[in-house]
Design a protein around this ligand. Structure first.
Ligand code: SF4
Length: 293
């Protein structure tokens, strides 16, 4: 049915007014300002493509701390400060054999725990941390690791990074883990020029759907540990080189770059003593126990 003349006229006025408002509105700043100078849309596309390609390179990517339950992952993550995941994985079997629950560790003799944790470095401070953490779990959460960010960060020594590791990997709740590798790589890729971990987390989170956050964290951290190292990135052996604005920051000769690869990319053992089956199926090797060659 044709509309009556005044109605058509009113609609035309509204359309004209809307058009002029649109014209007068300032451009959305998120659309044009990115650290790489590319458009926001191009940045999102490139970032997601990097994540897709890394998913093909590391289809078996997983957290590199051995754990069998949320309590073990929480303790292992706290212990991983200032040391390697490998060293933590070599230390925790004895710890969890002696103190399998928060109640056990809360009531532990600190000297005995110190002896067990000695290989992790900073063992006195770490002993205080894990005993204090276990006491808080017992006193405030009935001996269970809480599955909410706001609860986890109330635990002594637990910040957002540790909380997201636990949420993402023990509770299946998406989280971005901004560790040293993550910070370095997202800046090399010019996904953000933020330096504060919380701001990096927000900036990178905005480039990806939430459901991808945990796997994205694994892919980025795995790439940082195996290929895109802090001092000598192996650019000549890097599968995402065409997407990287920092290509050339490291070794570009393919043969020399190959020699810089680490872990399974160089046919060497990984960090976990008990890696997931997918990793073993792909040719990955378990790490040796403490004291083994
Ligand atoms: S090209 Fe070089 S700097 Fe870029 S991601 Fe690969 S290894 Fe890192």
């Amino acid at each position: 049915m044709r509309k009556a003349g005044p109605v058509r006229k009113a609609e035309a006025v509204v359309a004209k007014a809307t058009a002029s408002v649109r014209k007068a509105s300032p451009p959305r700043t998120v659309a044009t300002t990115t650290p790489s100078g590319e458009s926001r849309t191009a940045l999102v596309r490139r970032a997601r493509r990097i994540n897709r390609e890394l998913a093909e390179v590391y289809p078996y990517a997983h957290p590199e701390l051995d754990f069998e339950n949320p309590f073990q992952l929480l303790i292992a993550t706290v212990l991983s400060a200032q040391t390697t995941d490998l060293r933590v994985n070599q230390t925790t079997p004895a710890l969890f054999a002696a103190y399998p629950t928060p109640e056990d560790l809360a009531a532990a003799d600190p000297q005995r725990v110190e002896e067990i944790l000695r290989p992790c470095g900073f063992f006195r401070a770490k002993t205080r941390s894990v005993i204090g953490l276990s006491k808080a779990l017992v006193e405030n959460f009935g001996g269970e690791v809480p599955g909410r960010l706001e609860d986890l960060v109330t635990l002594p020594g637990v910040g957002r990074k540790t909380a997201f590791v636990v949420l993402g990997n023990a509770f299946g709740r998406p989280g971005i883990t901004v560790d040293t590798h993550f910070q370095r790589l997202v800046r090399r890729w010019k996904w953000t020029d933020e330096t504060d971990p919380d701001k990096i987390e927000a900036a990178v989170g905005a480039l990806f759907p939430k459901k991808d956050w945990t796997d994205l964290s694994h892919h980025v951290i795995w790439h940082g540990r195996r290929i895109c190292h802090a001092r000598k990135p192996a650019c000549g052996a890097c599968p995402i080189a065409p997407l990287c604005p920092s290509y050339g920051e490291g070794e570009t000769d393919p043969e020399k770059a190959k020699k810089l690869l680490k872990y399974e990319k160089a046919g060497l053992p990984g960090q976990r003593l008990k890696p997931p089956q997918a990793y073993l199926d792909a040719g990955g090797k378990p790490a040796p126990p403490l004291g083994a060659a």
